[in-house]
Design a protein around this ligand. Structure first.
Ligand code: CA
Length: 337
C-alpha cells in the first residue's frame, strides 16, 4: 500500500456505467462503536465517455443550498440523460451537516482548510485525502456549492479565481457565466491555503463555486440559483445535451460581472461588540461611506466605532451575526468589471 492510498474505502465502482448510490467508509473507532466507520454518501452516474464533473455540497455543514440542490439532482438525473460522469457528494463534511455546524463536530476541522488531507489524519483530514487522491485525479471539473452559513449573508454569486494559468482562468470565467447566477464574481480569497478550490486548481482542473445567501437557511430563490447553476454547468460542459438556460431566456435581469481589485473590498472588525449594519446588501457605496458600526454594550456612554467602505462599489456580503470581535468579517464590497 502506497502512502497515497487512502484509508477511506468506497462502496461503489466509479468506473462502472449506470447510477449508483454508495458511500465512503471513513474509519471512526469511538466509544459508541469500537470497530465503527463513518458512512458518507456518494452518488456516481455514468454513461460512457465524456467529461467527469464532481459536485460537492456541505463542505461547510451550515450551508444548505448545496446539499438540497444536489439531493434533488441525484434523485432525478439518470445515466441515459448524460454523456460522461457525474460524481456527487451532497454532504462533504457529513458529520458537520448532520450537526448543523460549519466545522466537523468530530475533530473540529474546517474541511475547506484540510486539503490535501492526511492519510493518517482525523476524520475530516481522511475525507480530504480521499477526495485529493481518488476523485480529483479522475475529474475534469469540480463545482463546490457554498453559502454564507450561520455567520454570513451574501448576495448570491457564482465565482472563480484569477489564476496564473490564463487559459484555465478563461475556462472558469466562461463556465461561471454559463451558470447564470445573478452575480458572476472573480473572487479573491482571504486565505486560499488548504481549500478544495486550490487543490483542484493546482491540478490544472476547472473549479467553480458559489456563495448563495446564508444565515443558516435557504430561500426558494437561492435553491433555484443553485439548481440552475448545476444544470447549466452540465450543459456548458456537454454532459447533458442542452443549451445553458440564460437569465434573459428566463425573464430575469441580466447578471452582473464583478471583481475585487483591492484589499479594501473586505471590511474586517477591530472591535468587540454588537454590529449594526448601516447599509443592506446590494447597496452602492462610495469609499469612506459608513457601512456599519460596532456598539459597546458594556460601556453605554461610549460612541460606536464606525466602519467605512474601503473602496467604492456594491455591498454583496455582510456578517449575519451581530456579536462580533476583532478579526471577524463584516462586509464584502465588489466592483463591476
Ligand atoms: Ca462556505
Amino acid at each position: 500500500m502506497t502512502n497515497s492510498e487512502p484509508k477511506v474505502g468506497i462502496s461503489i465502482d466509479i468506473e462502472a456505467d449506470g447510477k449508483q448510490f454508495g458511500h465512503l467508509s471513513v474509519p471512526h473507532s469511538r466509544n459508541e462503536s469500537g470497530w465503527g466507520a463513518l458512512h458518507l454518501p456518494i452518488v456516481c452516474i455514468r454513461n460512457g465517455d465524456g467529461p467527469t464533473v464532481v459536485f460537492t455540497g456541505g463542505n461547510h455543514g451550515d450551508e444548505y443550498e448545496g446539499p438540497i440542490a444536489l439531493l434533488k439532482l441525484v434523485r432525478t438525473l439518470e445515466a441515459r440523460q448524460i454523456s460522461g460522469r457525474v460524481i456527487t457528494i451532497p454532504a462533504l463534511n457529513f458529520p458537520a451537516v448532520m450537526d448543523g455546524t460549519r466545522v466537523s463536530p468530530i475533530d473540529g476541522v474546517n474541511m475547506n482548510r484540510a486539503f490535501p488531507g492526511r492519510r493518517d489524519g482525523s476524520v475530516s483530514q481522511m475525507i480530504a485525502h480521499f477526495v485529493q487522491h481518488r476523485l480529483l485525479p479522475a475529474c475534469d471539473a469540480l463545482f463546490d456549492i457554498h453559502s454564507g452559513g450561520k455567520t454570513m449573508m451574501f448576495s448570491p454569486f457564482a465565482c472563480y479565481h484569477r489564476l496564473p494559468d490564463e487559459a484555465l482562468t478563461r475556462r472558469a470565467r466562461d463556465a461561471v457565466a454559463a451558470m447564470a447566477a445573478p452575480i458572476s464574481l472573480e473572487l479573491v480569497e482571504l486565505d486560499a491555503d488548504g481549500m478544495l478550490d486550490t487543490a483542484v486548481e493546482n491540478m490544472g482542473k476547472l473549479f467553480v463555486g458559489t456563495e448563495l445567501g446564508g444565515g443558516g437557511t435557504t430561500t426558494p430563490a437561492t435553491i433555484a440559483i443553485a439548481e440552475t447553476a448545476i444544470r447549466n454547468l452540465l450543459a456548458h460542459l456537454g454532459v447533458i445535451d442542452e443549451k445553458p438556460l440564460s437569465r434573459e431566456a428566463r425573464g430575469l435581469s441580466p447578471g452582473r460581472e464583478m471583481h475585487m481589485p483591492e484589499p479594501g473590498c473586505f471590511l474586517i472588525a477591530d472591535d468587540a461588540g454588537l454590529y449594526e449594519a448601516l447599509v443592506d446588501l446590494d447597496t452602492d457605496v462610495r469609499e469612506g461611506d459608513p457601512v456599519g458600526q460596532i456598539h459597546f454594550p458594556e460601556r453605554p456612554g461610549r460612541e460606536p466605532a464606525v466602519y467605512r467602505a474601503g473602496t467604492s462599489g456594491t455591498t454583496i456580503g455582510r456578517t449575519h451575526k451581530v456579536l462580533v470581535g476583532p478579526g471577524d468579517f463584516l462586509a464584502l464590497i465588489a466592483h463591476d468589471r
